[in-house]
Design a protein around this ligand. Structure first.
Ligand code: FES
Length: 105
């Protein structure tokens, strides 16, 4: 796994998604009110809506198109059992947010 710097912590707005494209992977970054940062695949498994503009309530993100819901921490859908999105490891050092990608990606 390789951690890539993707944003400064200060530039992230609380509870608003930030879309990223890194090595052909589409990722959405979210900073919660608690200060936690999560990175998820930015594509809804239903019919592919971007998830960075979804509606966030605590750690639960609702897709804007048809309302499927996902836990940002686990990636598991909280509305459709058995459905999930990819989540990426995040680390923060000083003011920089890093997202962990598999070596081959
Ligand atoms: S595309 Fe996300 S719920 Fe339909």
């Amino acid at each position: 796994m390789r951690f890539i710097p993707v944003a400064s912590l200060d530039e992230l707005q609380e509870n608003e998604g930030k879309p990223l494209k890194i090595n052909n992977q589409v990722i959405a970054l979210f900073k919660l009110t608690s200060g936690e940062v999560h990175a998820i695949e930015n594509s809804c498994p239903h019919v592919g809506a971007p998830l960075d503009n979804g509606i966030l309530e605590e750690k639960e993100l609702s897709c804007l198109w048809h309302g499927w819901k996902f836990d940002l921490e686990t990636g598991l859908s909280t509305s459709c059992p058995g459905v999930s999105i990819k989540v990426y490891p995040v680390k923060i050092e000083q003011n920089t947010v890093f997202v962990g990608l598999d070596e081959e990606s």
